[in-house]
Design a protein around this ligand. Structure first.
Ligand SMILES: [Zn+2]
Length: 322
């Protein structure tokens, strides 16, 4: 066994400190910032479990990508356990004056007190989303699925931290018009968090599959018309991105399989991975038929991990030539 004593710094790049009436802290480890606050093998091809003891001021609650409290502890001490192996980019911590609101038996939302009711209302379909996702591609294996509403300083829409999606407050639109973001982060509980890109060159395996799955959740919960509207918007974004990339310094970035050696993995986090990936998978669905493609996806997401940490994907026998 190797034990490492270490201290991190408030300036670690993964940490974002937000001033306010009550301070807020949150982390963003993806793609390669986990290494700035925890010593780790910071590659998506390596998985870890973790335990953490966290002490915070007693008027704040600490939350992680792990089993979480639903109430503040009186002494500000929290213990966390993530006993399912996750890649380092899913290590996450948030500390703030938040309260919990239950949505369904396995779903809920954390937000600052003044936003809690609006958030619970906006995301009232979350449990239904989980139920529909399970009907599509198999059991949700992470226990609870909760959502944490972060301060506006959060630089992304959402981050699929296991058990606890981090989300921007701007998705609380008042009319559920932006809840596809929750469908997206929920879908990551299978695509990305169970089956993970081994290197950032294969980022589309995380995001393309997730956009496809997100679309299927949206279709199941809100109907085909709504999911097709989202697909049209994705196509417009994709066309604009392809036009930009084709005249950029790296026109080869329009390929699904990236070659980012010597560059930041963040350079690959474009609409290509998300929406070109999605339209590629949709093309397969429409070519082989939804029933057959769903059968493949169910196996893809639920294949057991063998002793060496890799998945062996069984091949489905061909049903008819295509
Ligand atoms: Zn995503």
């Amino acid at each position: 066994m190797v034990e490492i004593d270490y201290k991190t710094s408030p300036d670690a790049e993964a940490l974002l400190w937000v001033e306010g009436e009550k301070p807020f802290l949150f982390t963003q480890s993806q793609a390669i910032l986990a290494r700035t606050w925890v010593p780790c093998q910071d590659s998506p091809g390596v998985r870890i479990t973790y335990n953490a003891d966290v002490t915070v001021p007693s008027d704040l609650m600490a939350l992680m990508s792990a089993e979480n409290p639903q109430q503040k502890s009186s002494d500000g001490k929290y213990h966390f356990k993530m006993d399912q192996p996750i890649p380092s980019y899913l290590m996450a911590l948030a500390v703030g004056d938040v309260v919990f609101r239950e949505i369904g038996p396995r779903t809920g939302v954390y937000a600052i007190p003044s936003l809690a009711d609006a958030a619970a209302n906006e995301f009232s379909d979350m449990q239904k989303m989980v139920d529909e996702a399970e009907k599509l591609y198999g059991s949700y294996v992470w226990g609870r699925y909760d959502l944490l509403i972060l301060p506006p300083a959060f630089p992304f829409g959402g981050m699929e931290n296991p058990k606890l999606t981090f989300a921007t407050p701007t998705i609380i639109a008042g009319d559920k018009s932006l809840v596809s973001l929750v469908a997206h982060e929920l879908a990551h509980s299978w695509s990305g968090n169970l089956v993970t890109n081994s290197t950032w060159d294969d980022f589309w395996l995380n995001e393309g599959f997730t956009v496809y799955f997100e679309q299927r959740i949206m279709e199941a919960v809100y109907g085909r018309e709504r999911s097709e509207m989202l697909a049209t918007l994705s196509r417009q974004d994709l066309d604009a991105t392809i036009a930009d990339i084709s005249t950029s310094e790296h026109p080869e970035d329009s390929k699904l399989k990236l070659a980012l050696e010597g560059r930041s993995p963040d350079d690959g986090m474009t609409d290509i991975a998300y929406n070109k990936g999605y339209f590629f998978l949709r093309l397969i669905e429409e070519t082989v038929g939804r029933e057959r493609f769903d059968k493949f996806l169910k196996v893809f997401y639920n294949s057991p991990v063998s002793g060496d940490g890799y998945r062996n994907f069984p091949r489905l026998p061909p049903e008819k030539p295509c």
